[in-house]
Design a binder for this molecule. Structure first.
Ligand SMILES: Cc1cc2nc3c(=O)[nH]c(=O)nc-3n(C[C@H](O)[C@H](O)[C@H](O)COP(=O)(O)OP(=O)(O)OC[C@H]3O[C@@H](n4cnc5c(N)ncnc54)[C@H](O)[C@@H]3O)c2cc1C
Length: 442
């Protein structure tokens, strides 16, 4: 099924992601009931993008200024964007500690860990307070390696964990087999630093529990905005004016003229099996829910889901979604190699999702021009990072400081990317090279 934002006209074509298939996570939920509040033409703040970053910023601004109206404009429906397409790992450890601007990566990592701890508590509190049924499960995560290079790379990760003071348990092939039901991996470890969620349920719950002064417009892509305040924000449905704009549409910020030479978008792919029988589930290890992070960036993520399904995520493509037949063949191969003993390797849902990358793995965070703020370039792993950075960006826009805000403003920003077509050649070559290096981790 093709998802096209219903409001999309020629002016807004290409300014936001369009996917070939619905998000499986969103499709597993009942039909979404949207907010029915009619829009007004003027708002104090407009947030572009209803993912984790945008909703966190909108929530914080609305809390700090309960008398001001906030508008969130989302190109798809809440739950159909990347926020509802990811694998649902909420990992509270740094994804990239090699950023400069600090005396050592250890110092940067410690700042990030402190920030993520606080962010996870905040999210958990919201989930509990608003009764968001997203399967919140602090089960931790496995990292596993099939090949020797992968195993060496995981051992290097553990050296970093030791430095950071993170606990972990190591497993050999037999130990992993018992836990996750496959002898495919030779070595791995488990660390408690992860919470599993149903990501579409979480983002919908976060949207539906926003303060009353937040209006959400869904299926409405922004295709242009003015350079200075008061900002005129244009969508296919009309124009809105505001004093402040928060840009939270990740890699698609480029299409609004923002950070064009810093961001690019890649697609990655996931699929979920139907609910498996008890006999089939017995082949998938000894706990109801677990997840495996690969030992290489281009490797395969696995997740056994609480309701008795298995999820497989793998592969990357540059800027464009690949053909569904290619994705299905690839993900089926990843599943079969790891679980040849299953009676079937069918998937019920399969989808692609976008994520924004930068050359050096750093996000952009801050004020672009007076009144215009952005937090974009999540570099994957953005469920928690997006929530934390979005909250801090909302506070920054409202003039509220904190040590976390000082820390995030001190992190290095994204470095320059060459223009097309050099950019495409460089990124696709890097993907091909990494895929070759990933070998059995794919
Ligand atoms: C398959 C897959 C698996 C992943 N797994 C994980 C995981 O397990 N854990 C993790 O932490 N991260 C994971 N990620 C990454 C994660 O989804 C992102 O880091 C996260 O969604 C970023 O949040 P965000 O709010 O910054 O951006 P997004 O979630 O991308 O939100 C931006 C929103 O802006 C909207 N938008 C775009 N253009 C416009 C426009 N012009 N006008 C209006 N709206 C617009 C989009 O529709 C989108 O909803 C995964 C990603 C994919 C694709």
């Amino acid at each position: 099924m093709n998802i096209q934002p219903s409001s999309q006209d020629r002016r807004s074509a290409g300014v936001s992601p369009v996917y070939k298939h619905r998000s499986g996570w969103n499709a597993m939920l009942p039909e979404r009931v949207r907010q029915s509040r009619p829009p007004q033409s003027r708002y104090a703040t407009i947030v572009i993008g209803g993912g984790y970053t945008g909703l966190a910023a909108a929530r914080r601004i609305a809390e700090l200024r309960p008398d001001e109206a906030v508008l969130v404009i989302e190109a798809s429906t809440i739950g159909e964007g990347s926020a509802g397409r990811n694998s649902g790992f909420i990992i509270d450890l740094p994804h990239n500690t090699k950023m400069g601007g600090h005396t050592s990566p250890l110092e940067v990592a410690r700042k990030q860990i402190r920030m993520y701890d606080a962010g996870k508590l905040w999210l958990e509190q919201l989930v509990r307070e608003h009764g968001i049924e997203c399967g919140w499960n602090p089960a931790g995560k496995y990292h596993a390696a099939a090949g020797d290079k992968g195993a060496a790379s995981l051992r290097a990760v553990l050296n970093q964990y030791r430095e950071w003071g993170i606990s972990f348990t190591e497993f050999d092939r037999e130990g992993l087999n018992q836990k996750i039901g496959t002898p495919y991996y030779q070595y791995g470890f488990h660390s408690p630093n992860n919470v599993f969620v149903q990501p579409a349920a979480l983002i919908r719950g976060l949207a539906d529990s926003l303060p009353a002064n937040v209006t959400i417009r869904e299926d409405e892509a922004v295709f242009a905005l003015d350079d200075s305040s008061p900002f005129v924000v244009k969508t296919a449905n009309g124009e809105y004016t505001s004093d402040r704009v928060i840009i939270a549409n990740n890699g698609f910020a480029r299409h609004l003229g923002v950070l064009r030479d810093r961001l690019f978008t890649i697609f990655t792919y996931a699929a979920v099996t139907p609910r498996l029988s008890d006999a089939e589930l017995a082949k998938l290890g000894d706990s109801r829910e677990w997840g495996v992070i690969p030992a290489n960036r281009l490797g395969t993520t696995l997740r056994r889901i609480q309701d008795g399904r298995l999820m497989v995520r793998s592969a990357y493509s540059y800027e464009r979604e690949q053909a569904p037949e290619t994705t299905r063949a690839l993900l089926t191969g990843c599943y079969k190699r790891r679980y040849p003993q299953m009676n079937s390797h069918e998937f019920e849902y399969m989808w692609g999702g976008t994520t924004a990358l930068t050359r050096n793995g750093a996000s952009f965070f801050g004020e672009l021009r007076p009144g215009l703020y952005a937090s974009v370039g999540c570099n994957g792993a953005g469920v928690l990072k997006g929530s934390v950075f979005g909250k801090l960006l909302g506070e920054m826009a409202m003039g509220v400081g904190s040590t976390y805000l000082t820390d995030v403003l001190g992190f290095e920003g994204p470095t320059w990317l060459p223009p097309e077509p050099i950019r495409k050649v460089a990124v696709t070559s890097a993907i091909r090279y990494q895929a070759a290096v990933a070998g059995p981790e794919r």
